[in-house]
Design a protein around this ligand. Structure first.
Ligand code: HEC
Length: 230
């Protein structure tokens, strides 16, 4: 469970990605842009149990839970390069650069709400007030928050997970989302959607959940207390 008093919602970034992926895969859903839809373009890779384009293989039933911070960090270090390579293939500067930004968790953290994934939170320079957590206030336009993810299996195999971004836009961009733009990429760097843009319907639920913490926290959830960088 989250230890932060504010993280009390049943939230799952892992479930979120599963949802987005199933949305992306659904034949009844309007295409999210053929050029950018990885699942339409590629054959699923059965060898990767986390390949989001392989139906039924999205979640790893044999995920390793409760890694200590050192082990979680070691696992992260071993997939970071692969993640950086995938996300730097996007034409999104934030996705290419976030690994050089400030990280706010002392080690990758897991929560029961996040199924099998370990997570990291980064921000660009504009939003370094994030370190004040619940007291951060309203972030300035141009702030970008990035959350990446990975899964460790009991066998020791490690797989990169999706990348989640929030970018603070001009006033009026999407008032009910606190003018945040939500963006999501699959582990191979493929684009899933962005608020008010291509694949908007695939990321609608991001802002809907984040809006629950509301204006007082500028739609930000932060991270478990014992993992916070001071
Ligand atoms: C069901 C609720 C829920 C949904 C849906 C959701 N998130 Fe989150 N998000 C959270 C929670 C809770 C946290 C902080 C705790 C954590 O990371 O475990 C968080 C943290 C974040 C952060 C770090 C910034 C912060 O809020 O402190 C980013 C970036 C983010 N989410 C992006 C997204 C994107 C993009 C989507 C959609 C693809 C999404 N989220 C969907 C609940 C949600």
């Amino acid at each position: 469970m989250f230890e932060s008093g504010t993280n009390k919602f049943v939230c799952s970034v892992a479930a979120v990605s599963v949802l987005a992926i199933s949305v992306a895969l659904s034949a009844t859903t309007p295409a999210i842009g053929q050029a950018k839809n990885p699942c339409a373009a590629k054959k699923p890779e059965a060898s990767n149990p986390l390949n989001p384009c392989a139906p039924g293989h999205i979640k790893a039933p044999d995920a390793a839970h409760g890694l200590n911070p050192k082990a979680a960090q070691k696992a992260y270090d071993s997939v970071k390069g692969e993640m950086a390579a995938a996300f730097s293939q996007t034409d999104d500067t934030s996705a290419s650069k976030y690994l050089s930004w400030k990280r706010y968790n002392i080690a990758p953290y897991e929560s029961t709400e996040h199924g099998d994934r370990y997570l990291n939170n980064y921000t660009n320079k504009k939003s370094q007030a994030y370190v004040k957590y619940e007291k951060s206030g309203i972030m300035p336009v141009g702030s970008v928050l990035a959350k990446d993810s990975f899964t460790v299996l009991k066998s020791g195999e490690i797989y990169p997970g999706p990348l989640f971004l929030m970018e603070k836009m001009q006033k009026g961009f999407k008032p009910e989302f606190g003018d945040w733009k939500y963006v999501m990429y699959l582990p191979d760097g493929s684009f899933i959607g962005e608020t008010n843009g291509e694949g908007d319907e695939n990321v609608e639920y991001c802002g809907a959940c984040h809006a629950r913490v509301g204006q007082s926290q500028d739609h930000m959830f932060f991270l478990p207390l014992n993992y916070r960088v001071k």
